[in-house]
Design a protein around this ligand. Structure first.
Ligand SMILES: [Zn+2]
Ligand SMILES: [Zn+2]
Length: 307
C-alpha cells in the first residue's frame, strides 16, 4: 500500500500514509483539538502533564513540550511491583533527555502504603483504591498549576462513555470531553486531553515511529477491570463496524452540553472533614481508604496534615 499523499510506502493503513505524512497528520490532529476546544489559550499557562511512562502520556508530554508550553511532568508511583518501577525509569530518562522537570509522588510516602500493600490489607478491586488515590494525588499535587493534561485517547474516552452508561453513572460523564467543565471549583485543577481524537492505534504508531522508549505493557491489574472488558468488546466491534469508537465519541460530544446542563446543578463538592480536599462526602473517599488501612479512627485523625 502506498501513501495517499505521495508515492512512498505507507506505514499506516487508515488513513494510508507514509512515515512523514503520518507524523504530520497526527500532530495536526492534536493541534486542531487544542485550538478548537481552547485547551491551552496561551503559552504562559502553567501546565503539568500527568505521566505514567507509557506511550499516551509520553506522546502528550513530548508534543506539548515541542510546541513551547513548558510542561512539568507529574507521576504517581502507586507501588505496583514488577511494573511501575521500570515505567518510571523510562519517564525519568525521557524527561532528562528533553529537559522537562519531573515530580514523582508515591502512595507509600503519601498514604503510608503501596498499592500492593493496600490490596493485601484491604482486598477489594485493585482499580477502586488505585483510581481514588491516584486522582486524589494528581489533583492535590497539581494545584499550583493552571491546567493538568492527560494522555487519554479516543479509545479511552469511548470506553469511559460506555462504562458510565452501563453503570448508570451519567453524572460522571458530565466531566468527560476534551476539557473538564461540568463545574469549576478552586480545589479542582482543570483537566485537558490533547489526544482526545487520536485512536489508540494512532498514538501507538506515533510513539513507535518516534522510537520513544516507553513500556507498551499494561498494568498487571488491568485484566481484572471492567474497562478491560469494555475495551475488548469495543475492539471486536471495531473490526466489523469501522470507526465505532470515533462515532461513539463524536455523538457523545453532541450530547455533552445537555448532560452538563442537567448535572451542573448537582450538589457542590464539600471540604473533607479530615484532609480538607473537595469531595462528595463528609469524609473523602481517599481518607476513607486511609482510615481503613490504619484501622483506627484516632490514628487517622492525627494524620490530618499528611493526607
Ligand atoms: Zn506520504
Ligand atoms: Zn480527605
Amino acid at each position: 500500500m502506498n501513501c495517499s499523499k505521495c508515492l512512498q510506502k505507507a506505514v499506516f493503513s487508515s488513513p494510508a500514509l507514509c512515515k512523514n505524512h503520518f507524523l504530520a497528520y497526527f500532530e495536526s490532529k492534536v493541534k486542531e483539538t487544542i485550538q478548537k476546544y481552547k485547551l491551552l489559550p496561551n503559552k504562559k499557562i502553567k501546565l503539568v502533564v500527568a505521566c505514567s511512562g507509557g506511550k499516551d502520556s509520553t506522546v502528550a508530554l513530548y508534543l506539548l513540550n515541542k510546541w513551547g508550553y513548558k510542561p512539568t511532568a507529574l507521576a504517581i508511583d502507586e507501588g505496583i511491583k514488577g511494573y511501575r518501577p521500570h515505567t518510571l525509569l523510562d519517564l525519568q530518562k525521557f524527561c532528562r533527555e528533553n529537559k522537562i522537570p519531573l515530580q514523582i509522588y508515591s502512595f507509600q510516602k503519601e498514604f503510608g502504603a503501596s498499592l500492593d500493600k493496600i490490596l493485601k490489607k484491604l482486598g477489594g478491586h485493585p482499580c477502586y483504591a488505585c483510581g481514588i488515590l491516584r486522582r486524589y494525588l494528581l489533583n492535590q499535587k497539581s494545584r499550583s498549576f493552571d491546567v493538568i493534561a492527560t494522555g487519554h485517547n479516543l479509545d479511552d474516552e469511548s470506553q469511559s462513555i460506555l462504562m458510565n452508561l452501563c453503570n448508570g453513572n451519567l453524572a460522571l460523564s458530565a466531566n468527560l470531553g476534551p476539557k473538564t467543565g461540568a463545574f469549576s471549583h478552586k480545589k479542582f485543577t482543570e483537566r485537558i486531553k490533547p489526544l482526545y481524537f487520536c485512536s489508540e492505534k494512532e498514538v501507538m504508531a506515533y510513539s513507535l515511529l518516534k522510537e520513544f522508549e516507553v513500556s507498551y505493557h499494561e498494568c498487571p491489574y488491568a485484566y481484572l477491570s471492567f474497562r478491560g472488558k469494555v475495551r475488548d468488546g469495543l475492539n471486536e466491534l471495531e473490526l466489523s463496524e469501522k470507526n465505532v469508537n470515533e462515532r461513539l465519541v463524536k455523538n457523545f460530544i453532541g450530547l455533552l452540553p445537555a448532560i452538563r446542563k442537567k448535572y451542573s446543578s448537582a450538589k457542590e463538592p464539600q471540604a473533607c472533614r479530615i484532609c480538607g480536599e473537595a469531595g462528595r462526602q463528609e469524609i473523602c473517599r481517599a481518607c476513607q481508604i486511609v482510615e481503613q488501612l490504619v484501622g483506627n479512627k484516632t490514628t487517622v485523625l492525627k494524620q490530618q496534615t499528611s493526607c
